[in-house]
Design a protein around this ligand. Structure first.
Ligand code: JEK
Length: 226
């Protein structure tokens, strides 16, 4: 999979070298290129923003550098992903869809976001997705893009040789995960639940299912509706 990222803070993505994503890159599973939006500006000040039509606080990213940059980066088969607090909520199912795309382009805005005509324009030629990573406000799209990339790349066949846990994830189907334990058996007076030491795999499976269900009831009852 090829991933291109456009941002005025390309340094944000230096962490990709250290992360699991870096390992995926070294194993040729993904090929990530980061672009500085300011390289697509034409004025001496390399300006990328302007005041909003209609008034209001803050600045809006100008469409011109985005158009220049994206015309160069987008291919026929690219999906354009635009992190936005007003986007559809990112989810595991969207991560699965992204993992099946040949080319993802992340357009990371700053300030109050990108002139909406950029999305409107590329919708006529490409699959464009405006996505939010949660109901809170970030300062830009970079951290959101990192989260979406990590969720996507770990699903690629061959990533970290981990098909087993992916099968398990698809079994859990919308419930929170059960708690995990490792050695020692007793830590600061706290014991590992007896059933996990029993060797009774039916009992362990049942206990884990109950734990998942109970945790979901307590913390995320919305996941249990219907
Ligand atoms: C992309 C710029 C910053 C900050 C104004 C007024 C209520 C805020 C844009 N889950 C997510 N949260 N935030 C983002 C995100 C934030 C971004 C950009 C993504 C580009 N910003 C910013 C304030 C406002 N709004 C109405 C909400 C707009 C995000 C994702 N993905």
């Amino acid at each position: 999979m090829k991933i291109d990222i456009v941002s005025i803070f390309p340094g944000y993505f230096d962490v990709l070298e250290l992360s699991l994503l870096g390992k995926a890159a070294k194993s040729k599973l993904v090929d990530v290129t980061v672009h500085d939006l300011r390289d697509a500006t034409t004025d001496v000040h390399k300006s990328v923003d302007d005041t909003p039509y209609g008034g209001g606080a803050g600045m809006v990213m100008s469409p011109e550098p985005w158009g220049t940059m994206l015309d160069g980066v987008l291919q026929e088969d690219s999906w354009l992903v635009v992190p936005s607090p007003a986007g559809q909520l990112f989810s595991q199912s969207l991560a699965v869809e992204f993992s099946q795309a040949p080319h993802l382009v992340f357009a990371c805005g700053r300030y109050e976001g990108i002139d909406q005509r950029v999305v409107e324009h590329y919708r006529t030629t490409h699959r464009v997705v405006e996505v939010s990573v949660g109901d809170y406000v970030l300062n830009g799209g970079e951290v959101a893009a990192l989260a979406m990339m990590e969720a996507t790349v770990r699903l690629l066949p061959g990533f970290m040789g981990n098909p087993e846990s992916l099968v398990e994830e698809s079994h859990e189907k919308g419930l929170l995960e059960y708690p995990s334990f490792t050695k020692p058996r007793t830590w600061r007076g706290l014991d590992v639940p007896e059933v996990l030491l029993s060797g009774n795999h039916d009992a362990i499976r049942t206990w884990r299912e109950e734990q998942s269900l109970e945790r979901t009831r307590q913390v995320r009852p919305d996941l249990l509706e219907d």
